[in-house]
Design a protein around this ligand. Structure first.
Ligand code: RFL
Ligand code: PHB
Length: 388
């Protein structure tokens, strides 16, 4: 097979890139190691920046998002037993939209198959070759047969554990990492959300987050320890722990029910630089990870592939400037989201073995944050998303 771009990974980054390239008249194939159902079964992000929803709408995959997405003009912060609203729209003129990553990916997959574009699911042993030359190749195995894709470029959209970043010689990469001493335990339930807007809660027992997928489906998280096991958390234990971390009016209003998904995720910040090696480009979680507190991971994947699709369109239009600047352009935005996600994580979580200095400075900062318009605006501006 011969295509202009081989996209490794069929998560949101890979599928969005496929749609952007299609719109630009550039042909691509998506190679995904898992089944379609597996990819759609992963419950992850819930909050889309306005730039993300605008882009999805612009490229023709926003119809269901416009119908079903919940537009939020504010976000709640809970601490010291009380609730404070940050007026995102009033402070920035922008909103965020609650619409699950699963739904974004499904809409992109539907658009791709509707246009008759190629995606190979359950592609095994995906291997990248010769991306330091002008003639890269990707090989993979499907149903026992090995296939070869000849291309001009490879886009590594295969997430943190993917093969793309791992194919780059170690001495060509510089990585930056911070591992946090806690994780998140998440529950999805067929219950009405406790609040119309998200609530991020700082509590002496640990962080909690109240989110949602619709008016009838809630997504909640509590900070847990890294050696916790999902099996150890009954639904009742989860609801009790969540309730204990919320301000009284929300603790009382919380509607509980059986969990339909329960999972744990460790928290990490990670950046690999640069994001381009010859004719291989890394995008999304393949290049960087942020802790989910700022709701930035998926949105960063979106801005990366937006920059990449523009750069590739410029290349086929006769200029290499875009591909030469790709890494620097992405990383300028990536590091700002990494900083914001690290800051918000540090502000909202309980750190083990803290002498008391940490909680005191968190309390002072939270008090400042909700009473200073400058501080609230800085939070709001980052939360709704910096421009791209
Ligand atoms: P993905 O989603 O990991 O997709 C990568 C795809 O590549 C495939 N793959 C391979 N394919 C072929 N060959 C190989 N060798 C391969 N290895 C892997 C995988 O099967 C997969 O299908 O990366 P992508 O596309 O870059 O998307 C990134 C986002 O998934 C991620 O940043 C977000 O989910 C992060 N995130 C959030 N982001 C937000 O913007 N807003 C949020 O509200 C938000 N909440 C979250 C989150 C992540 C969470 N977890 C579980 C870490 C909440 C949580 C709990
Ligand atoms: C979610 O709804 O899954 C979600 C929302 C906000 C975050 C992280 C996750 O910061």
């Amino acid at each position: 097979m011969r295509v202009q771009v081989a996209i490794v990974g069929g998560g949101p980054a890979g599928h969005l890139l496929g749609q952007l390239l299609y719109k630009a008249g550039i042909d691509a194939v998506v190679l995904e190691q898992r089944s379609q159902d597996y990819v759609l079964g992963r419950i992850r992000a819930g909050v889309l920046e306005q730039g993300t929803t605008d882009l999805l709408t612009e490229i023709g995959v926003g119809a269901r998002l416009q119908r079903e997405g919940l537009v939020h003009g504010g976000v709640g912060l809970g601490f010291a037993g009380s609730h404070h609203r940050i007026d995102l729209h009033g402070l920035t003129g922008k909103n965020v939209t609650v619409y699950g990553q699963t739904e974004v990916t499904r809409d992109l997959m539907d658009a791709r198959s509707g246009a008759g574009l190629g995606t190979v699911y359950e592609a095994e042993n995906v291997t990248l070759h010769d991306f330091d030359t002008a003639h890269p190749r990707v090989t993979y195995t499907k149903d026992g047969t090995t296939f070869e894709v000849h291309c001009d470029f490879i886009a590594g959209c295969d997430g943190y554990h993917g093969v793309s970043r791992a194919s780059v010689p170690a001495d060509a990469l510089r990585t930056y990492e911070r591992v946090y001493p806690f994780g998140w335990l998440g529950v999805l339930s067929e219950t009405p959300p406790v609040s119309e807007e998200l609530i991020y809660a700082n509590h002496e027992r640990g962080f909690a987050l109240c989110s949602m997928r619709s008016h009838t489906r809630s997504r909640y998280y509590v900070q847990c320890s890294l050696d916790d096991k999902v099996e150890k958390w009954s639904d009742d234990a989860f609801w009790d722990e969540l309730r204990s971390r919320l301000a009284p009016e929300f603790a009382e209003a919380l509607v509980t029910g059986p969990s339909i998904e329960k999972s744990m995720a460790p928290l990490r910040s990670f950046v690999a630089e640069p994001m381009r090696f010859g004719r291989l480009f890394l995008a999304g979680d393949a290049a960087h990870i942020v802790p989910p507190t700022g709701a930035k991971g998926l949105n960063l994947a979106v801005s990366d592939v937006r920059y990449l699709s523009r750069a590739l369109a410029e290349f086929y239009g006769g200029s290499e400037a875009g591909i030469n600047n790709y890494s620097d352009t992405c990383l300028r935005r990536v590091w700002k989201a990494v900083r914001f996600s690290w800051w918000f994580t540090s502000l909202m979580h309980k750190f083990p073995d803290d002498s008391g200095f940490g909680p005191k400075t968190q309390a002072a900062e939270l008090d400042y944050l909700v009473h200073s318009q400058a501080a609230s605006t800085a939070l709001a501006e980052n939360y709704v998303g910096l421009p791209f």
